[in-house]
Design a protein around this ligand. Structure first.
Ligand SMILES: *Cc1c(COP(=O)(O)O)cnc(C)c1O
Length: 397
């Protein structure tokens, strides 16, 4: 009899009692707006920013309404305006090109490699086309960040890092989000900390920080921030920076603060699950496990593998057969965008671009979430199911 998996791929863990208690305290006093503080009171949003800045070793931090909002704010803060070209990954999720489009700017897509990272040769070839790179560490795969920064520094490109899947990750000992000028994080339910919606932005640049804070809707209350530059820096920009409200509130900040304290523990738990699934998939005929470089510390909150150069109907067979056994796989090769997966050519607000290398790889990318509600037994079972169904379809090819 075939084994069936009956767990949920979208169920995260409940919030800790510490987070619940912090949320209750905010609800009991009712001051949810971040600037609604009593004399001398430090609001939860300001404290969250101070703590995240310290945790990441960044000078400045801003908490905002979503990860996508953080990306758009980061681009505005470095001066991207309508009509500008912005380099970005061909393999990413829709909020990334969406943030670029929200400014009226134009995404220029860079190829993906078989390691599922940005192709640095393609990046070098396109470096002259834009002054900003919106680098998406898609699904937590970090490219050679040292080489990427060399390419971008030499070409005068400002790097903004989309760390939606790399909060807690690092390259060569440097935390993800600390290589470029700005690091952006998402606190949405499916990421590494969960406040439903939310985003964080970090930088060491005082002008970028001041602009981002004004942009997020600080009015002239920026002095209530605890991870912000001196008021003198705001004097340089406060009359010229529009208010595009997207603040974080004290309730969500209260929920996030205890989660940041637990991040390292959670990363270890994700990686134990990731390694268990990865081990179970090794040496499956026709299936390519994604190589993880030595220099990379990743967060295995999702796992990908390649069915490279398979016919589309065979990939769909694998996904259908795994689905019938309770294993929810997503495919990045589908012609039509489905749920959270879509391909660069389905973002039709961007100009049509021809990326045959990415087309080949995207057609083979299979993706699966790894929520912490999975036990290690669940992970081993899931790997057995994927292995059996992939092998069965492969043999019938
Ligand atoms: C989730 C996500 C975002 C945006 O985060 P939101 O908080 O949902 O706006 C950006 N980039 C990637 C790769 C994501 O997965």
């Amino acid at each position: 009899m075939n084994e069936i998996f009956s767990g949920s791929f979208t169920q995260q863990e409940p919030l800790s009692e510490a987070a619940i208690a912090a949320a209750l305290a905010v609800m009991r006093h009712g001051r949810l707006h971040r600037y609604n503080v009593e004399p001398g009171e430090l609001g939860e949003a300001a404290l969250l920013e101070q703590e995240f800045a310290a945790q990441m070793g960044a000078r400045y931090c801003l908490a905002v309404a979503s990860g996508g909002y953080a990306l758009a704010t980061a681009m505005r803060a470095v001066g991207v305006t309508a009509g500008d070209a912005v380099l970005t990954n061909a393999f990413t999720l829709a909020p990334v090109p969406g943030a670029i489009a929200s400014l009226g700017a134009k995404p220029v897509f860079v190829d993906v490699t078989e390691d599922l990272v940005i192709d640095l040769d393609d990046l070098a070839a396109k470096a002259g086309q834009a002054r900003v790179l919106m680098l998406s560490h898609m699904r937590g795969h970090l490219c050679d960040m040292d080489r990427l920064m060399q390419i971008c520094d030499a070409a005068g490109i400002t790097v903004i890092e989309d760390c939606a899947h790399t909060m807690g990750a690092s390259w060569n000992g440097v935390a993800s989000g600390r290589h470029g000028a700005i690091g952006c994080y998402s606190c949405q339910t499916y990421k590494h900390v969960n406040s439903g919606e939310g985003g964080l932005l970090i930088t060491d640049d005082e002008d970028i920080a001041a602009r981002a804070i004004m942009l997020s809707g600080s009015y002239m209350l920026f002095e209530r921030h605890l991870a912000a530059p001196d008021p003198a820096v705001f004097d340089r920009i406060k009359y010229d920076t529009p208010n595009i409200s997207g603040r974080m509130d004290n309730l969500r900040a209260a929920i996030l603060r205890p989660q940041l304290t637990d991040l390292a523990t959670q990363v270890e738990r994700w990686n134990t699950r990731y390694r268990c699934i990865e081990a179970g998939l090794q040496n499956t005929p026709g299936l390519q496990v994604i190589h993880r470089p030595e220099a990379e510390v990743y967060v295995g909150s999702s796992i990908q593998f390649l069915l490279l150069d398979w016919a589309a109907d065979k990939v769909q067979d694998v996904i259908r057969r795994c689905g019938a056994r309770g294993v929810e796989l997503k495919w990045f090769g589908g012609a039509e965008p489905v749920a959270f997966t879509s391909r660069y050519d389905s973002w039709r607000y961007a100009s049509q671009q021809n990326l045959p290398q990415s087309d080949r790889i995207l057609a083979g990318i299979v993706d699966m979430r790894v929520p912490l509600t999975f036990s290690l037994e669940d992970c081993a079972l899931i790997a057995r199911i994927i292995r059996a169904e992939t092998s069965a379809v492969f043999q019938s090819k």
